[in-house]
Design a protein around this ligand. Structure first.
Ligand SMILES: NC(=O)c1ccc[n+]([C@@H]2O[C@H](COP(=O)([O-])OP(=O)(O)OC[C@H]3O[C@@H](n4cnc5c(N)ncnc54)[C@H](O)[C@@H]3O)[C@@H](O)[C@H]2O)c1
Length: 246
């Protein structure tokens, strides 16, 4: 129960990787706030967390909206008396080759994936700074390190998130707040299930471990970075990719 008496907020915690992170932190003792654009999904994960015996709050939040994220942090602190862990996980893709990519496709991905993390982090660190304690984990991506055809918007957002992570780490290190990123490779969720079978098989052939990752593989890395065992680690990018990129 390494997260006993800790409160963790996970954006996009309704399904996929965010759901797995929420369940992992709850299983290790944390009370959980699920902030998701889709209330049904958030409510479903919340039910699973209740079964683990933890307190849980499910909120409908658009991370791209600063007012939503401000209220989200206020609601979390009001409900549970604190906020110790923030996981910026909400993310979307709008894949298209650059020459055909619309301004809307660029803006929507940057708004959710990058501005969303900015909004949530700015709201949370105000509270964490006062408490002189915080753990922030940003869910970046392998393609933020390597680039990927068809993902100019997504890879730019994830590379931006890595730069953001390092700056937050530097700005808040003296206040007991760490900020790290994980960079998952290809993980078996709705996001990658949307890919054609042929593309998934081609991708798998580039993974030394010869399988896609699971949401739990990512959740384990997040739990470590959010724990006190990682208290001297900040500004780090942890690859969780089966050896696909080293
Ligand atoms: N699946 C992968 O292979 C993979 C690889 C690397 C990184 N990632 C990253 O991991 C994170 C989770 O991915 P996933 O595969 O679980 O995705 P997913 O699509 O299964 O889940 C994303 C969740 O985010 C929520 N969401 C979307 N827009 C939102 C918004 N504006 N405000 C609040 N919530 C919002 C969705 O409702 C959904 O519950 C994303 O940041 C993604 O970029 C995924």
């Amino acid at each position: 129960m390494i997260f006993k008496d800790r409160v963790a907020l996970i954006t996009g915690g309704g399904r996929g990787i965010g759901r797995a992170i929420a369940l992992k932190l709850a299983a290790k003792g944390a009370d959980i706030v699920i902030a998701d654009l889709t209330p049904d999904a958030a409510g479903q994960t919340a039910k699973e967390i209740e079964l683990l015996g933890r307190r849980v709050l499910a909120l409908k939040v658009d991370v791209g909206c600063a007012d939503d994220t401000q209220k989200m942090v206020e609601d979390a602190v009001d409900a549970f008396g604190g906020l110790h862990i923030l996981v910026n996980n909400a993310g979307i893709t709008r894949d298209r080759l650059l020459l055909r990519m619309s301004e809307e496709e660029w803006d929507s991905v940057l708004t959710v994936n990058l501005k969303g993390a900015f909004n949530c982090t700015r709201a949370a660190v105000r509270h964490m700074s006062r408490e002189r304690y915080g753990r922030i984990v940003n869910i970046a991506s392998i393609v933020g390190l390597t680039g990927n055809p068809g993902q100019a918007n997504y890879s730019a957002s994830k590379a931006g998130l890595i730069g953001f992570t390092k700056t937050v780490a530097r700005e808040f290190a003296a206040r007991g707040i760490t900020c790290n990123a994980v960079a998952p490779g290809f993980i078996d969720t709705a996001m990658t299930q949307a890919m054609p079978e042929r593309a998934r098989n081609a991708l798998t052939s580039h993974i030394p471990m010869a399988r896609l990752g699971t949401p739990e593989d990512v959740a384990e890395g997040v739990a470590f970075l959010a724990s006190d065992a990682a208290s001297y680690i900040t500004g780090h990018v942890l690859s969780i990719n089966g050896g696909m990129f080293m």
